[in-house]
Design a binder for this molecule. Structure first.
Ligand code: CO
Length: 322
């Protein structure tokens, strides 16, 4: 790590030496102790140079929206809905987008309308003169995608001539309050045609290798409270679809609505959930004599769900000043 002290105004020198003494890169410490007095002497000798360029930096705030992304064009309006609601809540805010999934980004590059990775978007914002950016995760759980985003934000904060402050808003399911709100908000995704006695199965993604995958069985608790015929199953991990179908059989359910618990109704929703392949959820229900009724709407298309994400963005925006 190289710090260029000419960019630091005099009052920050104390902070600079504290930063040095806090450094965890031990092998560098000796070199830093030698370098620091030298660099400070250089600053004092060149007061003009010490100030150069610093006065130009005025604060510029922005919002970066980060979704997993999708390879399915028909799924994209759900993401447009996010932007519409963010703009309504924060009129005049400077908003940028990034997708965290490389495969989803690649599908857009082929179409000639590339979307940035979070890392690229933050670098571009720094280049545009932004100093403070609230990043909002539109992922569902505090899983791998979200932790990757956190690491990216941490790495991009405080770089020379870069972003001074980056905060990250939590994904959809980050607290028991979120889970309780979500269980109720999900009702807005259901069509009026759902009859009493019809079950609803929400299909999450899941990741058996990440601790945050516990969010899904936790979500079942709040779903049951909201509606005794609400169930959750995930593509990878637990609760499994077999567990859900066993519950449906015990309750003699004849019809089950299938709803993705994902921001967009993309590849997983269209194939793993509603597809014609024998292993899709729809086909497995049919095989058990239950009529499947797929709903191809992502959670980002429902305003009551998006408002949970927006609460997290409000926190991230407040933290920009802390
Ligand atoms: Co997947």
């Amino acid at each position: 790590m190289l710090l260029v002290p000419s960019g630091l105004p005099a009052p920050r020198r104390g902070a600079l030496s504290r930063a040095f003494s806090r450094s965890r890169t031990l092998p560098l410490l000796a070199a830093q102790r030698l370098l620091l007095p030298l660099l400070l002497a250089l600053c004092l000798a060149l007061p003009g140079a010490a100030q150069a360029g610093h006065g130009e930096t005025s604060r510029k705030d922005g919002i970066l929206l980060v979704a997993f992304g999708t390879t399915v064009e028909e799924a994209r309006p759900a993401l447009d809905n996010i932007e519409r609601l963010v703009r309504a809540a924060h009129p005049g805010a400077e908003i940028r987008w990034a997708w965290s999934a490389r495969k989803a980004r690649a599908s857009l590059i082929k179409e000639g309308k590339p979307t940035a990775s979070p890392q690229q978007a933050l670098a571009d914002m720094a280049e545009e003169g932004f100093t403070h950016v609230a990043v909002q995760s539109f992922h569902t759980i505090t899983g791998e995608e979200f932790h990757g985003l956190l690491a990216t934000a941490q790495a991009m904060e405080g770089l020379p001539k870069g972003l001074t402050r980056i905060t990250v808003g939590l994904p959809l399911l980050a607290s028991t309050d979120d889970a309780e709100s979500l269980a109720v908000a999900l009702k807005s995704l259901l069509p009026k045609e759902r009859k009493p006695g019809d079950a609803v199965i929400f299909m999450g993604h899941g990741n058996p290798h990440h601790p945050a995958t516990l969010s899904y069985p936790a979500m079942q608790y709040y779903l049951t409270k909201a509606d005794p015929l609400f169930f959750i199953s995930v593509v990878e991990g637990s609760p499994s679809f077999d567990e859900v179908t066993a519950s449906l059989a015990a309750r003699k359910v004849r019809t089950a609505w299938l709803v993705p618990l994902m921001a967009v109704a993309g590849d997983h929703a269209r194939n793993d959930m509603a597809g014609d392949e024998p292993d899709s959820l729809a086909s497995q229900l049919r095989e058990r004599g239950i009529t499947p009724r797929p709903v191809l709407r992502g959670t980002a298309s429902a305003e009551p769900v998006v408002s949970i994400w927006l609460r997290h963005l409000d926190v991230a925006l407040k933290q920009l000043d802390q």
